[in-house]
Design a protein around this ligand. Structure first.
Ligand SMILES: NC(=O)c1ccc[n+]([C@@H]2O[C@H](COP(=O)([O-])OP(=O)(O)OC[C@H]3O[C@@H](n4cnc5c(N)ncnc54)[C@H](O)[C@@H]3O)[C@@H](O)[C@H]2O)c1
Length: 452
């Protein structure tokens, strides 16, 4: 240890994890954490629970589990809550989502039945393919925000929580762009009072969270907290924020494969990505205005990894197309196909085909857990505003204005790990490794008597 460790408050007491949206992802996350605490199943895919981190030199042999290295909330101290436009408790919502085995859900029935969604802030113009009735009524968007703040305070008190975190797990909203109403906290608050149509429900949740001292992460591709007004609020209230869109499925695969092709300076001519999925998320994305939000979030990944302007001979002419099709028979078991046209030495073409038969919510659930635990850690460590070190978990990472996002999953992981090392006062790892060789060479040359 060679650096002063920042002061991190201990994770004493209970952590409440609140999810707007209690559909496939949220119920799979909640059921999974409860199953893990009962020892029924392992929280696989969660870096905080299963991942290790190397500390010091390779020769030191120090690679603890991340949860043993950084002071994270314990799974036994987590309490769950949330909002949904459907009133089903989490037991029934998990059965409805058809992600997890019915036998597993039945084993957890007592706990899951206790968790009931609070009434949602919902606006059909943002998600036209849903029509639930568990919805708040209010005189204005500001009134709805106040009702959410009341829910948050009540939840915290009734569940005796020390801290809360909010992770957006609700449907993808219709595409909108940042406009003047989103520019400052003042104009945003005026918009809340005057019911401005450019303020989406997800923004109202994010506003309520940040106002009540709750860190906020956005798992969907909507703008939500990625607007200057809410970044400003996160600085006023010193709350961590992050987004957008959980990195699962096809984009996860893309950001694993693309950095490898780029590393070998292989050329890329085209990348056609097609998906079929049949869950409620798929039904929502069947509306063109909601699909547009997803398409934009997925679309920038390749440019971010290949940087065409730096190597135009290799990447100056990429054709990138993404298709998502609603196909009910597949349910949550998304299937994706990628056709990748690459070229090598002297321009000779080659092809790669990827057919990923994945389970969307099985990949997303551990991300919800990790984001909640890391956002809580960030808050206890005094970090606030955009948490770019959590880009690892997002398809379209939120960054400070003018800063291009990092999409390469290996660079994202290295940034995340170095942030943890930094927080704990450990040496950052650059993988330079010359120091090992300096020592080895000295020993080796001494053996050969070349050191004289
Ligand atoms: N599953 C994945 O791998 C994955 C990956 C990236 C992003 N996402 C995003 O995560 C979100 C959740 O996905 P899912 O598969 O659980 O979808 P889902 O349709 O099963 O669940 C979303 C839930 O949100 C509720 N909802 C919608 N608007 C709401 C509001 N304003 N307030 C409260 N509740 C609201 C819906 O009623 C629904 O129950 C989606 O936006 C999806 O695009 C999922």
């Amino acid at each position: 240890m060679n650096r002063k460790k920042p002061n991190i408050k201990n994770p004493n007491g209970k952590l409440g994890i609140l999810t707007p949206g209690m559909g496939a992802v949220a119920t799979t996350f909640i059921a999974g954490v409860i199953a893990a605490r009962k020892g029924i199943a392992l929280p696989i895919g969660s870096l905080t629970q299963m991942g290790v981190i190397r500390l010091g030199k390779r020769t030191d042999g120090r690679s603890p589990l991340i949860k043993d290295f950084v002071p994270l909330a314990n799974l036994n101290d987590i309490v769950f809550g949330g909002w949904d436009v459907y009133a089903d408790d989490v037991y029934h919502a998990a059965l409805e989502a058809q992600v997890l085995d019915e036998r597993l859900i039945t084993q957890l029935k007592d706990e899951l039945q206790q968790i009931k969604p609070m009434t949602a802030v919902f606006d059909k113009t943002y998600v036209r393919n849903l029509s639930g009735t568990n919805v708040k009524k209010g005189t204005s968007k500001m009134d709805l925000a106040n009702q959410l703040m009341e829910d948050i305070r009540r939840f915290k008190k009734e569940n005796n929580c020390d801290r809360l975190v909010m992770v957006w797990c609700a449907s993808t909203e219709a595409y909108i762009e940042t406009s003047e109403i989103h520019q400052t906290l003042e104009s945003f608050e005026t918009g809340l009072r005057t019911n401005d149509e450019r303020i989406a429900p997800s923004m109202i949740y994010a506003y309520a969270a940040l106002k009540t001292g709750v860190p906020f992460a956005n798992g969907a591709p909507n703008l939500t907290c990625d607007i200057p007004a809410l970044v400003e609020l996160s600085h006023h209230t010193k709350m961590p924020i992050g987004g957008k869109d959980f990195k699962t499925g096809q984009t996860l695969m893309k950001t694993i494969v693309a950095p490898g092709l780029h590393a070998r300076a292989l050329g890329l001519r085209g990348w056609f990505s097609s998906n079929i999925l049949g869950n409620r998320d798929g039904a929502v994305l069947d509306a063109p205005e909601n699909f547009k939000t997803k398409e934009v979030s997925k679309g920038n990944v390749l440019d971010g990894i290949f940087n065409p302007e730096l190597q135009p001979d290799l990447y100056g002419n990429i054709y990138h197309k993404i298709r998502i099709n609603y196909y009910p028979p597949h349910g949550d078991n998304k299937e994706s196909w990628d056709n990748i046209d690459i070229f090598g030495w002297l321009g000779y073409p080659m092809q790669i085909k990827i057919n990923f038969l994945c389970r969307d919510s099985i990949l997303a659930a551990p991300i919800v857990l990790d984001l909640a635990l890391f956002m809580d850690l960030a808050h206890r460590a005094g970090m606030y505003g955009i948490q770019e070190w959590l880009s690892f978990y997002f398809k379209a990472p939120q960054t400070a204005p003018g800063l291009p996002p990092q999409h390469d999953i290996f660079k994202q992981l290295s940034k995340l790990e170095n942030t943890l090392r930094y927080l704990m006062g450990e040496d950052l790892i650059t993988h330079l490794g010359l120091d090992y060789y300096e020592e080895l060479i000295k020993e080796y040359e001494a053996l050969l008597h070349l050191d004289k």
